[in-house]
Unconditional design. Structure first.
Length: 167
């Protein structure tokens, strides 16, 4: 059976974990796959590891000895995980029941695809895209980055206009 590792990096983010991790644990099942939710802790001192430990077998913990930052923390954690697919997820993201399966299905049907991302909607205004993510990343002819769903500080409402996968 193939496996999916959902990897969440944490550093003193107990409040985020308590608020958002339950949605990840409840909504990350994909039929025919083993799905592991893994929190890599970057040397937190706020009780994050203790709280995670209290959750039992629903979440795996990788304890790093200090804060290696975003890239360093993820790199160290990913080296310790063996999986067919890896999902890098921020600790302040609430997921819904249909977030993971479409991406896995797309990658399974398109073996030349190496990475993908879902649409990201605003937590505060769920019918609008999140400024930080929107839907896919592009670079315009002048070299400026933009995403479907947002250009500079203009964020679109999500009316399903970006529901189809796009390269």
């Amino acid at each position: 059976m193939k496996s999916i590792a959902i990897v969440i990096l944490n550093w003193n983010g107990l409040n985020y974990l308590q608020q958002f991790l339950p949605s990840v644990m409840a909504n990350s099942k994909v039929e025919g796959f083993i799905v592991d939710v893994i929190v890599a802790d970057n040397g937190s001192t706020d009780g994050s590891v203790q709280w995670l430990s209290s959750l039992g077998e629903g979440v795996k913990i990788i304890q790093l000895d200090k804060n290696y930052g975003f890239t360093g923390g993820y790199n160290r954690a990913l080296k310790q995980i063996n999986s067919d697919y890896y999902v890098i997820l921020n600790s302040d993201v609430e997921v819904n029941s249909y977030w993971l399966e479409p991406m896995v299905s797309f990658i399974e049907q398109n073996p030349n695809v190496a990475a993908c991302m879902p649409k990201i909607n605003s937590y505060a205004s769920p019918t609008f895209f999140e400024y930080a993510g929107a839907s896919g990343g592009y670079i315009d002819y002048l070299g400026y980055p933009f995403c479907r769903g947002r250009v500079l500080n203009i964020v679109e409402e999500d009316n399903g206009q970006y529901n189809e996968a796009k390269e």
